[in-house]
Ligand binder design. Structure first.
Ligand SMILES: Nc1ncnc2c1ncn2[C@@H]1O[C@H](COP(=O)(O)OP(=O)(O)O)[C@@H](O)[C@H]1O
Ligand SMILES: N[C@@H](CCC(=O)OP(=O)(O)O)C(=O)O
Length: 380
């Protein structure tokens, strides 16, 4: 489905705004946010909500029983999943009562987003809901997800949703005015950055973690989200969701927080998905003198140039191509499993190795390669 010639906003609302004291959902801050959604829609701006808060909203249903074992990390995870299940319905009911139009719930995990078919299916569902003036409300499906399958924070999730939905703006509503040059909860002289045009290691170095009982990720995950969104041509705002003025400012075209400008050379949808949504299942190390400046160069990779195969991956999984000096060259879908590729790469006779790839095809295909601009391994 093609991008429609209209504005589309993804609004991400953090837990602190939904269930600030973990005593169920509170309408205290949501009214201004709901009004913003209503006013966006009245202006013809399509709106999608990514709402955190199921765990914080459900927490009050699980008072700690005397002598219970709920303090071990494993028990905490189990408890949070149950809180999310109980809190999600309460959270949806709370949003629903603000609107005189229908809402729809979409719960997903990273496992859904990294699978191309499921990703496209989510995309089409969102477009269909928007076409019918229904407000999509998304959250991670915390109850079913596992470490391997989760996105883990709704900042990154909102950026993946914004890219999937071809949005032009992502608004992250937080408990603070925007990105400061250092954590303002620790440094009284911290200064707010109104605009960020380039996200690099200096910007990441400004970000600390969360200080609240309910937030996940702090500023770091918001910058990651802004980086993902920007490279898909999406402007990202971090604003203070506690302040009604933030929403008035946005509606009148002013920036109330920090604006991360969209890249002027955005990635095309499929390349963006490969770069920012899919996670690599393994690595293929190639000699650093290899020319890897284009997708065509990568697609011409031969098994003789493979130095090492790391991790366990199946044919069709995504891998990182790295050079032996640690530079990340590209992300690509592998046409080989890790076992088969290792077997071929270990052949001492280059002609024999070539004969395998001649009959089985290239290690990666040109259409499934996203170049990574030669980023160092530990950039962030
Ligand atoms: N450089 C920074 N600028 C602003 N906030 C920061 C910074 N570094 C760390 N933080 C913390 O990030 C918090 C916001 O993230 P988080 O607690 O995850 O909330 P949310 O629920 O909105 O996602 C701030 O309240 C602050 O404590
Ligand atoms: N999916 C979780 C929220 C995770 C999250 O990122 O929370 P937050 O930092 O408050 O946006 C929930 O619904 O409780």
């Amino acid at each position: 489905m093609n991008k429609q010639p209209r504005q589309r906003i993804v609004l991400k609302v953090g837990s602190a705004l939904i269930a600030p004291d973990r005593q169920g959902c509170s309408s205290r801050y949501l009214l201004a946010i709901a009004q913003f959604i209503v006013r966006c829609r009245a202006k013809g701006i399509q709106t999608i909500l990514v709402s955190s808060g199921s765990i914080a909203a459900g927490a009050h249903r699980f008072p700690l029983k005397p002598g219970s074992e709920a303090n071990s990390p494993e028990a905490q995870v189990v408890l949070k999943k149950a809180m999310a299940a109980a809190g999600q319905t309460e959270m949806m009911a709370t949003w629903d009562k603000f609107f005189d139009f229908p809402t729809a719930q979409i719960l997903l995990t990273h496992g859904d987003l990294r699978d191309r078919e499921r990703y496209l299916s989510i995309r089409e569902t969102v477009f269909t809901l928007l076409d019918h003036d229904i407000l999509p409300i998304l959250n991670e499906n915390d109850t079913v997800t596992t470490d391997a399958l989760k996105v883990g924070d709704n900042d990154n999730l909102s950026a993946m949703v914004a890219a999937a939905a071809d949005a032009d703006t992502l608004v992250i509503c937080s408990d603070i005015d925007g990105l400061y040059n250092k954590n303002p909860h620790l440094h009284s002289d911290a200064e707010l950055l109104p605009e960020v045009n380039k996200i690099d290691a200096t910007i990441y170095a400004m970000a600390g973690g969360s200080h609240s009982d309910v937030g996940t990720g702090g500023m770091r995950t918001k910058i990651e989200a802004a980086e993902k969104a920007s490279s898909h041509g999406i402007d990202t705002y971090i604003v203070n969701g506690f302040k009604e003025e933030s929403f008035n400012a946005l509606l009148s075209g002013r920036n109330p927080g920090t604006l991360f400008r969209a890249s002027e050379t955005p990635l095309q949808e499929r390349m963006h998905w490969l770069t920012h949504t899919v996670r690599a299942q393994g690595e293929v190390i190639v000699t650093s003198d290899e020319e890897m400046d284009s997708a065509k160069d990568c697609a011409e990779l031969s098994s003789n140039e493979v130095l090492e195969v790391k991790g366990n991956f199946a044919a069709g999984d995504t891998i990182l191509l790295c050079s032996d000096d640690g530079t990340r060259l590209a992300k690509a879908r592998s046409n080989y499993s890790s076992r088969l590729l290792s077997f071929i790469a270990e052949q001492e006779d280059p002609e024999l190795a070539d004969s395998f790839t001649d009959s089985l095809g290239g290690i990666v295909s040109e259409k499934d390669i996203a170049l990574l601009c030669k980023t160092p391994q530990l950039e962030k």
